[in-house]
Ligand binder design. Structure first.
Ligand code: SAM
Length: 290
């Protein structure tokens, strides 16, 4: 087994055979079934964790390596950081981060009550360093659990792809309220033409680049442009937005698995100094017309 990784700005180019397969499987799941899937999104993820317990995803130890931001946004060494793991699942990203960096306090949330319970039961869960809560990021206000503009970094790792495209902007708007100005959302998720996208059978397509798995959970495959538009429309600035291509080659079996991810960083703008000063000098109503 060998694994190669490279990063780049251009989407993956399909072979003629792959292109033909995608062209063939154009039929969409019926509206009725699509509405049912949306209504049952939370239930389907909760059942996923009932079936798989904490065994499905591997711990993600690459987060601090890949997201230098977690180190560099400190003004001095040892400075405490507050972060939010949005859509934390059972903590595969959360616990490695807490273990690797003792100066992090993390909020973490997920809409699956089972996932939240698994996080609480983890021996590494310590309420002095972590607060986990149940929250549907498309509907429940993060401000009910997290003070406004109090978070130094938000990780959004393989979560937005599970949200209906029409609701993705709600997640980004919700996160915006708790993020400090000048601080970023660290994003990694499925990219266009990832191996998983090409493996869906006919009858799994929900819309453009959007598919449903056998268990009812859904997955979107992002282009860099689509993601940038979503974040910019929600008020963020693009800092980094690139494809990660990873090829796992099994020489013995002659298999090559091309994975495509999108790894990105979007920042909430610094407060404009002038308007911040104006806010201190004037009271609401000072500019009301007579
Ligand atoms: C693939 S898992 C990723 C978990 C974790 N971030 C990690 O890196 O291991 C996707 C998670 O997103 C959660 N999720 C999906 N839609 C959500 C929503 N609207 N609000 C909150 N969590 C959601 C699911 O319950 C699931 O735990």
């Amino acid at each position: 087994m060998a694994s190669f990784q490279r990063k780049g700005p251009k989407a993956r180019v399909l072979s003629a055979e792959e292109e033909e397969k995608l062209q063939r499987d154009q039929a969409l799941v019926s509206d009725f079934k699509q509405q049912k899937l949306e209504k049952e999104a939370q239930k389907n993820w909760d059942l996923f964790y009932k079936r798989n317990s904490t065994n499905f995803f591997k711990d993600r130890h690459w987060t601090t390596r890949e997201f230098e931001e977690l180190r560099s946004c400190r003004e001095y060494e040892g400075q405490k950081l507050t972060m939010l793991e949005a859509g934390c699942g059972v903590g595969n990203c959360l616990f490695p981060l807490l273990e690797e960096d003792l100066n992090i306090f993390a909020y973490a949330c997920d809409f699956s009550p089972r996932a939240v319970d698994y996080v609480k039961q983890n021996p590494l869960y310590n309420s002095e360093r972590c607060k986990v809560f149940q929250c549907d990021l498309t509907r429940d206000d993060l401000l009910d659990h997290v003070p406004p503009e109090s978070v130094d970094a938000v990780t959004l790792i393989f979560v937005l792809s599970a949200v209906h495209p029409e609701k993705m902007h709600l997640v980004l708007q919700n996160i915006y309220k708790v993020l400090k100005p000048g601080r970023s959302v660290l994003f990694r998720d499925y990219g266009l033409y990832d191996h998983a996208m090409l493996r869906f059978k006919a009858g799994s397509k929900l819309g453009e680049n959007f598919y449903v798995r056998q268990d009812g959970t859904r997955s979107y495959f992002f282009t860099d442009e689509y993601l940038a538009q979503l974040f910019v429309n929600a008020g963020y600035e693009e800092m980094l937005n690139e494809y990660v291509f990873r090829e796992t080659v099994n020489k013995k079996e002659g298999l090559c698995v091309p994975r495509v991810f999108l790894q990105s960083k979007f920042r909430k703008p610094q407060k404009d100094l002038d308007s911040a000063t104006m806010g201190l000098c004037y009271q609401a109503g000072d500019f009301a017309s007579p």
